[in-house]
Design a protein around this ligand. Structure first.
Ligand SMILES: [Mg+2]
Length: 211
């Protein structure tokens, strides 16, 4: 835990308050008992959440197991920092169960996991009705990510657009290289929604491997 908190402190020091910081505990990656890396129990999740709150972190993501809805809701009642999660949850019914009781404050439905963009649109309406925030996850990184941009831009309860960006190994530009004129994220973290027909992006045929 000390090492985790030190990491967040170093990010804060380096960015000098210019960036909003979210922390992902990735405790809901496994659907069962097995979990890669360090496995958190309730106390570890609670103690970490309290410290992250002190550091001004925007959200704590996936603090406990994927289907441990009751305990996540218990943690949510006990701490002030918003809890986020749901990137591995499937179907509208799971998101409905996460709204009552109050499991997460910010839902992160992933269209690759839960019935595509049609499912994502339904969850968007559900979360708006429950007064929650939504920040869709998109692990695909290219066309689907642009599709989520349109939904995020149209949802008053979607404060962020989530893009996989891990420079220098995997900057988001790599997966967007499939487009002739890819959307660009500015230095301020803002992005302009493409205005062309359809999704507003065109695929460069030269980037498609012959079948
Ligand atoms: Mg995550």
């Amino acid at each position: 835990m000390r090492e985790d908190l030190r990491t967040v402190e170093r990010v804060r020091e380096t960015t000098g308050g210019r960036m909003v910081i979210m922390v992902d505990a990735t405790q809901a990656q496994s659907s069962g008992n097995w979990q890669p890396g360090v496995q958190w129990d309730y106390k570890r999740a609670y103690d970490t959440a309290v410290q992250l709150e002190r550091l001004g972190v925007y959200w704590l993501e996936e603090p406990l197991a994927r289907y441990d809805f009751a305990r996540v809701a218990e943690l949510n009642r006990a701490v002030q920092i918003p809890l986020a999660g749901g990137e591995n949850n499937r179907g509208l019914h799971e998101f409905r169960e996460m709204c009552t009781p109050n499991v997460y404050d910010v839902l992160q439905p992933e269209p690759l996991v839960m019935e595509g963009l049609t499912g994502l649109r339904k969850v968007g309406l559900l979360e708006e009705a429950f007064g929650k925030r939504i920040v869709p996850h998109h692990g695909g990184g290219n066309i689907g990510t642009v599709a989520t941009l349109y939904l995020v831009a149209s949802w008053p309860h979607a404060p962020y657009w989530d893009v996989l960006h891990d420079p220098p190994v995997a900057p988001y530009e790599n997966r967007f290289a499939i487009f002739t004129q890819p959307p660009k994220v500015g230095k301020d973290g803002l992005v302009k929604v493409p205005e062309g027909p359809g999704l507003g992006v065109e695929i460069d045929p030269g980037m498609i491997l012959p079948g």
